[in-house]
Every structure is written in C-alpha cells, then in structure tokens.
Design a protein. Structure first.
Length: 125
C-alpha cells in the first residue's frame, strides 16, 4: 500500500474499504457476506460497489477467486478527505478547521497536551 493515490471514496465504498483495511484481503464472496450482515446489501450491490473501488484504483482484484486487497491505506484516505474538507469548507485554512473543532467542545488537559505534542512534532519535522 505504498502507492500515493488520491481517490475520492463515497460512503458505500468506505464500507468495503473499512472491511479490507481490517482483514488485509478477502474474496468478493467474503466481502459480500460481510456487507449483507453489516449494511444489508445484496450480493449484486456489493459487487457493483466493489467494482467501483477496483475501477478507481483503491482495490486490487486478483484471480483465482476474485481476491481483493486495498491499494490505498486508511491513513491516505483520511489525509485526502481532510484536505478536501479544509479546501471546501475552510478556504484551505487548517487553522480555521482546528478552531471550529475546538470551539465545539471542552478539551481535557490530556487532550490539550496531546495537541501541543502534535504541534511541536510538526514544527520539528
């Protein structure tokens, strides 16, 4: 999963990706069984969404058995989606996003300490 692919994933596709990120790889049949159980999808729906993931380059399909494995990581997806959110809603300003998040809740001393550590690590990196 070292490829640096930026892929827009929709909620339906994220359901499949979450399963693959947890399992590492699975057959389409296993994915369909999981999606039927967790989100109530038919086999046809799962295969359609899975094909979209393959077409986007998020999932690799291997034969025999239509085995699938993720080509992008959860972290890559989180970074991409966060950049999209910042650009779309905060005019590209990460500090406005953080201010908005912090304005929504009271942080514990421990959470404030972790944020300070993150900022210090970013500043040194």
């Amino acid at each position: 999963m070292s490829q640096n692919i930026e892929v827009k994933l929709y909620d339906s596709e994220l359901n499949i990706m979450e399963y693959l990120w947890c399992t590492g790889e699975a057959s389409a049949k296993e994915i369909a069984a999981e999606m039927a159980q967790t989100v109530g999808w038919s086999k046809t729906t799962t295969y359609t969404v899975l094909k979209k993931c393959v077409d986007k380059g998020a999932v690799e399909r291997q034969e025999p058995g239509f085995h699938c494995r993720p080509l992008i990581s959860r972290e890559q997806t989180q970074e991409y989606e966060t950049r999209e959110l910042i650009n779309k809603l905060y005019n590209g300003s990460a500090d406005l996003l953080v201010a908005s998040l912090l304005g929504q809740q009271k942080l514990s001393d421990e959470e404030i300490g972790r944020l300070k550590q993150l900022i210090l690590q970013m500043d040194q990196g």
